[in-house]
Every structure is written in structure tokens, then in C-alpha cells.
Design a protein around this ligand. Sequence first.
Ligand code: GAL
Length: 388
Amino acid sequence: MKKTAVLIVLLFSSSIHAQKFEGLALTPPMGWNSWNTFAVNIHEDMVKQIADIMVSSGMKDAGYEYVVVDDGWEAPSRDSSGNLVPDPNKFPHGMKALADYIHSKGLKFGIHNCAGNTTCNGFPGGRGHEYQDARLYASWGVDYLKYDWCDHGTADAHETYKTMGDALYAAKRPVVYSLCEWGSSKPWEWAKDVAHLWRTTGDITDCYNCQGEYDLGMRFVLKLQDGLEKYAGPDHWNDPDMLEVGNPGLSLTESRSHFSLWCMLAAPLMAGNDLRKMSPEVLSILTNKDALSIDQDKLGKQAYLYMDHLSKLIYVKELSDGSWAVCWHNTGDQPYIQRINWKHFTFLKGEFEIKDIWKNQVIGTTSKNIDVNIDSHDVLFYKLTPRK
Ligand code: GAL
């Protein structure tokens, strides 16, 4: 009887054991994705130009690596063998040629599809074709798969995403696997062994305070991350969705806040703007070294909300070298003036040097309280380093 019970447990645990390429996302993945600016209006020339600019602008050197083509790349149906086909008008040279181009720039290639029967825009989804699609992606040189959740019927998210994960693993080409089921089935509770990252909310849109039926302004996406910090770490990240930095619905201040807060959250950083039209100010936000080093810190801690009072949020993130990142954010319409009394930050043991990240300046130490003024929707973003 006992032996049977052990056998059942063993069988059960092996049936839910997922296979994943380990170590591909020890820090949050960085790159660019077509969706936030272009939706389905994509073309291989545009994607190649974006890859060129990722290199020439210095974004690649700053750590941006994946160029991801989102929904809209496919022809309306599979071919007679059941293979996915790229839209011949948008990608006349096919996806392998595009991947080769992106690889020739020292970058990596990502693609989107959906775990359901069709994508959210009605193109063929992967359901029932997982192993065939994974082999095709491997033959094209895909390095990153974003897998959506439209038209999934009554399918179980864990089972369905695991099937595609196993298929990718069986195809033997290492792929970062990015789940996009909008947090519906709490993937942070089960996806760690299946994928490298998982979306935690519905879609972000390029505004600060708005809320639609399916999309949310960055402020609302931010609030939905509270409490999820314990689920993130090297190779398994919460994904609060791609960046709207530099997109028209956010002011420059809001873009800077968005970027600072996503770095605090150890979020995957997928730029979502048209890099070809990016201003120097937007580029300098996306490539700020201190902000990126906080996002990419190898300890892999996601910031937690240390204080939430009226319109004031304070996030705190522990870093691998004994430093701390602290970010104040003003969600209100008026500036606020604040005295920072370092004694209230009880996690700080000893004296720390304060670097203001956006001023790019060391402004003193935690031995003295300071008065600050934070504009509406702005941040104060500090790195605190222990004094020797
Ligand atoms: C949504 C997803 C978006 C985008 C879109 C494409 O479900 O959250 O990021 O991929 O589908 O149709």
C-alpha cells in the first residue's frame, strides 16, 4: 500500500515536471518589442531599421538584446503541412532571413504567438501545433518566444504553457519563454519552472492615469505589482508589461518615472517606442547606467512598497553589493515637499552615500536629513552605497 502511494506521488510529480532552458534570464531580459507603437502594422524593413538603431544608438551596449516581433507577422492561415507562414507582404524574405540579419548585428530575435487557437488579432495560434511550431521557430533561429492567451477556450493555463515549454525544450534551441496570460491564473504561483517571465496584468497603454476595458495606464499597472516581489528572482521574473517610455501619451517626467519604477521592480525592459524617432532625452532615460544596474542587479530582488501614504509611494530594493535603491513617486497632481529623515529607513545600518540617479550626482550622506521637492508624477531615485 505504502509502495503504491510512493509510486503515485512519483508519477504525479514527474507528470507536472516542466522542462525549461535554465540560466537564460539570470537578470531581467532587455530588448525592444513592436506592439506598443506599431500593433499589427509591422514590416521587415522597419524591424531591421530598429535593430540597426539598437546598435548605433548605444542601446545594445547598454544591454538591450532582443528584437521581438509581436502579433501581426503571420499570414491568415497555416500552409498545407500545418506550418505557420509569415505574411508575404510584411516579411517577403521570411523570418529566417530576418533572424539572420538581427543575429548579424549581435542581437537576438524574438517572436510572438498565442497559446489559444488564434492570436488576439485573429492570426493562427499554437494550440495543438506546439511541437511543430517549436521546431519551426528553432529552424528560423528564434531566441525568445512571447506566448499570448487569447482564444484559449477552457484550456488550463499551467498545462497549456507547460506543453509549449516542453516543445521548445524538445526542439533544443535555447529560447527565453515569456508568458503573456495577463496574470489571470496567478502564474507567479506556478510558472517559475515553466518560463523565464510572466505577465502580471492586462496590457499597459501610454498614459499615466487612464483605464480602459483591456488596458491600463502605468500608474495602475504599477499598483498591481504590490506583494508579488516574493515571486521574482534570477531566471523567473514578474513582467509588469513592456515600456511606454518615449511614447506620446506620457510626458517626459512620466516616462522617466515609468522607467525608474520598472527598474526598481526588476522588470524585463522591452522598449516599446519607435527608436527611429527617439529624442536624445528618451534615449538617455533608456540607457541610464545607474538605473539599468539597479534593474539588472544580480541579486534579482524586486522592490517592495515601503510606504504608501496619500499620493506618496516609496519603493525599496536591496542590491547585491550591500547598497539599496530607494525611489519616491508622487502620484498626485501637486508637487510635494518632504523632509527625508533617514532614521525612518530602518533597513539602513550605518552611514550611506547618496547618489541622485537622474542628477547623476552624489548629493551627500545619510548622516543628515534632507528636504526635497517632488513634482507631480515625478520620482526621486536614489542609490545608497555603504560608506567604508
Ligand atoms: C495581448 C498582449 C499584448 C500584445 C497583444 C497582441 O494579449 O497582452 O502585449 O501581444 O496581445 O495581440
